[in-house]
Design a protein around this ligand. Sequence first.
Ligand code: BTN
Length: 152
Amino acid sequence: MRRNISIVVAAFITLLTLWTGTAAAQVCPGESTWKNQRGSTLHIEDIDTEGKITGYYINKAKGYACQGTPYPVTGWVLEGTNTITFAVKWENTVENCSSITAWTGFFNKDCDRLTALWQLVINGATDPSQIIKGMDTFTRVTQTQSDFIKKK
Ligand code: BTN
């Protein structure tokens, strides 16, 4: 009888945690490629055991400089969750835009979409109103598409 009660209690707790979402320990894949609505691509090369991201970003957004070449990405995912932040300093051997963008957002539960708000600061800004803000929605690119993008 006591055993039955334990089983019922355990089942109830499992259902409750699933329902409230507290048991949704989600880990999206490390190495992956993402493309946003502006045509830019985020290439995550590694997420280490502490959640630190390394990779590169290729900007293809209309109306912005520093286009078409890779810029290093650093960032974090909160391990076991769907939250992510990453940043790009727009400086490489090809072009220096004297600016930095930071994105913060989340993966959806299927790990195939990443929604993030961003802020872009250009060197010389002296007022918060000069910080450019926006939202990017990234869709996960398949391995084949990713290989194609890399060859381009
Ligand atoms: C610059 O123009 O100073 C550097 C390039 C900025 C590109 C921005 S970052 C946010 C938005 N999302 C993109 O994919 N590109 C633009």
